[in-house]
Every structure is written in C-alpha cells, then in structure tokens.
Design a binder for this molecule. Structure first.
Ligand code: GLC
Length: 574
C-alpha cells in the first residue's frame, strides 16, 4: 500500500517509533512456503496473524534483494529487486499490504557500505577506464611489493571475515577494498554520484510503502582521508578494518545529507544505524533530533563483554552481570536527555540470548528467557525481538564443522586451525558465538523440521523444537511467548515504560538486575534475579512496595523480596 501524504502523517505520527517494538525476521530461516528448504516471502505472509497476536509494531526484514548469497544476502547485486530464492516484488507488495492491514510497519535492511562484486556498478568499475571506476576503492599495490602476494596490499587492513581487506584484480593491476568478504567491495561514498544513486534507490522504496531502514554497518561509509597502515595486534600481520572506519570524518555529513535528500525525517521513517565501535558520544550526536541524522543506533559494547579485549569475538571470556548492567546503564544515562536507544540482546549475528545471558537448561530456560525479556523491554529505548527470542529458542550446539554454513564461522575455523589452535577449542568458540546459532530455522510446531519447511532445511533444525515451538507456546498461558506479548502491551499502555527516567539499583550485585523508571507521579520498579540461585533483594535498596501494583511477574506473587532463580517482577507505584 502506498500511503498518501495526509494519511501518511496519521500512519506514521512524529516519533511513533518511540512507543514501538520491532520484530526482526531473517527470511531464509523464518517460514518456507515452497519446500525448497529456504524461508521466503510468501512464508512470512502466511505468519502475519502470529506477529499480530504477539503485538509487535514493526517488522525489520533482513535482506531479500538479488544476491549471490556469499553472506546470506548482505551482498546485494540489485537493490531494486527480490532474489528468486525469496520470491518476487509482487509477493513483497502483498506482504507490505498484509502487514499494513494489521497496523504493522515494515523496515527494510539497507546495505550500502558495500555491494556484491556481481552488482553491475562493480562489474563496470572493474574496467579502469569506466566512469564507475571511482565508485569503489581502487588502489595500486604497496610500492616495492609484488602485486598479488601477501604484504603487497596497499595497507595492512584486515577483512572482517579473515585475510586482508584488499583483493588484487589482475586486469588493472590494482586492489579493491572490501571490509567484509572479497565478494563485498566497499562503495566510495566520497563520490557524490554514488550517494545520489543510493538516495534515489531509497526513495523508490519509500514510494513502495516501506516505513524505515535498518542501515547495515552504516558508520563504515566514511573512510579516513588517507588509508594508511595501522599497528597490528601482537603476532598478527593485519589490523581489523573497523578500527580505521568506525568513525570516519564525513559520517555526520553523509547521514544528514541522506536524511535530507531521502526525506527520512520528513516522512517520519524509522531509521536505525548498525554501528560496530560506536561510542555514547557519537551516538548522542547521531540521534540528537536537532542534527537530523538517525533515530537510533545499534551499539556493540554490551555484546562485546564476553570476548577478550583485543581478541576476536571467538576469544571467549566469562560474562559478568555487573559489567553488563553497567554498560546498559551508561547508555541509558548517556542518552537520557538527548537521543534515543535501541535495545537488543540478540539478532542474526549474535548467539541466542537465553543461551548467552541466561540459563538454557530445561529447568531454567523458560524463566530466564522471560526475565531477560523483562529486563530489556523495561529499559528506555526501542526494543528489538529477534525471531524465536519470544519462544526462548536456544543455541544449536553443532558438533561438526560441516554443519556450519556461515562464512564468518567457516573462515574462522580454517584460519584458527592453520594458526595451530586446538580443534576442540575452536569448536567450543563456534558453539558459543557462531552466527548460525541464531539462524537455525524458526520452530513453528512439533511436526517434521519444526513446521518450517516440507523440504530439507538449509541449516539443521535445533532438535529441541519438539518442546520449544510456537504452537505449544501459544497454547500455554505461562509461556515465553505470552510473557513477551505482555511486555509489548505494557509499553503500549504505560507512558512510564516509554519515557521514564532510568535509575539502576544495586549496581554491584552479581545476581540481581534491578532498576526504577520514573515519569511524573509514576514509578516502575523492576526486580530480576539473573542467576540460577535464589537471592533476597535487600529491602533498603528498593522503594517501599507496600502499595505497589504488580504489573507482570514470572512467578506467583509473594510478600517477600526473595527471588527464585530467574524470577522477575515489574511493579508500578503511583
Ligand atoms: C552487518 C550484518 C551482517 C553482515 C555484515 C556485512 O554486520 O548484520 O550480517 O554480515 O554487516 O554486511
């Protein structure tokens, strides 16, 4: 449905995204309508009543565009078409109508730091004499280096998925920059023609009826004026690329220009920028409405707390609750007066929240999934639910490397073994951190392949679908699903959930996550036991709850402040 302008103002009132909850769909793993083992757009359309019952306001669709699928669609070869694996543009229009009819908005993934190497722009750019040569980052080999051999790259930048970030192209004797895989060349945003082409494409999607954009690694678009060598970590030859590009000199200028040219704020679109390495100060500037850049960003600090500093995400470190609380608290405080937070614990790039931050054993899985949801959703910001999080879906625990599909996991395994790391340790890291943990098919019911597909799924289904699935969760009133539904209702019903000032209580506690939110004469008190042992909340650390109304709880009400393992309560005081 293409909404007309006056209607549009009603459909997307100013700041509507502040009261919204977003649901992320990873299309290849959501629902397969044609039995080819891969999820698709008609599959999504067949599940709209489910989303409606959950009560979410927005769907964010991971990429469905034409793609050679080197990085599952984050390598786009045509921004204005749908990949046949997922369906057709007509089917996408049908999905948009179906969502809008249910009052649900659609946010598209916008991947414009890079294209696929099969995008016609890049194909043309390979010709050194083409008008598009400067649309990408072409550079000669390092002086004195033998082109195409290790060390001859223009700089010592490492790609995110391993190896150097420069790929040699024999035809012209030059290298091109790719922060991700060699099939994901970086666009040159310094070139105004590139920016114009991207804005035109975005406007085309806005005209088609989409309600916003989730912008992939958008802080990488502005590169330093001079690409030079960095200092590699001990024992390494190359330096992770994001260190160079996380906060480029023209980032604010490009984002503001995009906003103006596409009319992002003028159309009240939801805009969220994925930004590895973003700091609170940067995020304040980017999400300050006065600067007209973006509504919110995805920060990474809280999902980097369980890795060794200076290590890769696969260098595991135990997670400490006080550190996690402190980080989210810093973001709450940092963006309290200006800007806006996004709130997430998992997505298609992260392990499952309940396995990472909770306790996914059969005994505690349900309560810990509920309690993590409670804590997250009661923070100030826009919460994101990743498909299956509302069921308490868990990591997969694959035992063989052959089961993994993700380019990052497969490359990490090969690199780590070639560096002499123990195979068992490498598998342990993958089992904790692989992106495939989040990408196993959605569990719809207890029929074969969890009701996801009538064919063989592209990635194995988690065997626990027999108990963890949407049908069972919808039938059981005390399921994770109904708990998330209630959390979403609370945000819609109580302004204090949306706007209340955040104050962390008991910051040092290693078991309790407690805080208040206050707005006018309402105060929310959130008490959560984020551990698998009982704990008593010290009475003097929390407001008097004598007159408080219990809005939502994981366990039956009691008068004491003893919290059972993974018990959480949300009180309202007026
Ligand atoms: C973002 C995406 C991730 C993708 C990468 C490269 O981090 O979320 O899935 O692999 O960008 O586009």
């Amino acid at each position: 449905m293409i909404v007309e302008s006056s209607e549009a103002a009603q459909w997307r009132p100013h700041n509507w995204w502040k009261t919204a909850v977003v649901y992320q769909i990873y299309p290849r793993s959501f629902a397969d309508s044609n039995g080819d083992g891969t999820g698709d757009i008609p599959g999504i359309t067949s599940k709209l009543d489910y989303l409606s019952e959950l009560g979410v306001d927005v769907v964010w669709l991971s990429p469905i565009y034409s793609s050679p699928m080197d990085d599952n669609g984050y390598d786009i070869s045509n921004y204005q078409n749908v990949d046949p694996l997922f369906g057709t543009l007509d089917e996408l229009d049908t999905l948009i109508v179906g969502l809008h009819e249910r009052g649900i908005k659609l946010v598209m993934d916008l991947v414009v730091n890079h294209t696929s190497d099969e995008h016609p722009w890049f194909v043309e750019s390979r010709d050194p004499n083409s008008a598009k040569r400067d649309w990408y980052w072409w550079r000669p080999p390092r002086p004195g280096g033998t082109p195409g051999t290790p060390g001859a790259e223009p700089t010592n930048m490492a790609a995110a998925w391993g190896g150097p970030a420069w790929e040699y192209d024999e035809r012209s004797g030059e290298y091109y920059l790719h922060i991700f895989s060699r099939k994901q060349p970086d666009l040159n945003w310094e070139n105004p023609e590139v920016r114009r082409a991207i804005y035109e494409m975005m406007k085309w999607w806005v005209d088609r009826g989409v309600d916003g954009f989730r912008m992939d690694v958008i802080n990488f678009i502005s590169k330093p004026e001079k690409l030079t060598d960095g200092v590699p970590p001990p024992g390494k030859q190359y330096v992770p690329a994001f260190k160079f590009v996380a906060a480029g000199p023209r980032l604010h200028e490009f984002l503001a220009e995009m906003n103006r040219e596409v009319g992002l704020d003028a159309h009240n679109l939801l805009t969220v920028g994925e930004m590895p390495g973003v700091t609170i100060d940067m995020a304040r500037a980017i999400t300050d409405p006065a600067n007209a850049e973006l509504n919110m960003v995805f920060q990474f600090q809280h999902v980097d707390l369980d890795r060794m500093p200076e290590g890769s995400k696969f260098d595991l470190k135990p997670l400490e609750l006080p550190a996690l609380k402190a980080n989210l608290n810093d973001w709450q405080v940092g963006l309290a007066d200006v800007g806006w937070n996004s709130l997430y614990l998992d997505n298609h790039d992260q392990p499952r929240a309940v396995s990472r931050f909770g306790d996914d054993s059969p005994r505690h899985r349900v309560n810990s999934a509920k309690t993590l949801g409670t804590v997250l959703h009661m923070h100030r910001g826009t919460p994101y639910v990743y498909q299956g999080e509302e069921l308490g879906m868990t990591n997969t625990y694959f035992s063989a490397i052959e089961e993994y599909r993700d380019i990052e996991s497969v490359n990490y395994h090969a690199d780590a073994l070639s560096l002499g790391m123990e195979a068992e340790m490498v598998m342990r890291s993958l089992s904790a951190k692989s992106r495939d943990n989040a990408r196993t098919p959605m569990h719809w019911d207890d029929s074969s392949h969890a009701g996801f597909s009538e064919g063989i799924p592209w990635l194995p289904v988690n065997p626990n679908y027999l108990t963890v699935n949407a049908r069972a969760a919808m039938e059981q009133q005390d399921s994770v699903f109904h708990h998330f539904r209630k959390l979403i209702d609370l945000r819609h019903e109580y302004p204090v959930v949306v706007d209340g000032r955040f104050q962390l209580l008991l910051p040092e506690s290693e078991q309790i996550w407690a805080f208040t939110r206050s707005l006018d004469d309402s105060t929310l008190v959130v008490l959560a036991n984020c551990s698998s042992r009982p704990v008593e909340v010290p009475g003097d650390a929390v407001p008097d709850l004598g007159r408080a109304q219990l809005l939502l709880a994981t366990h039956s009400a009691t008068d004491t402040l003893v919290l059972q393992p993974w018990e959480s309560r949300v009180y309202l005081l007026r």
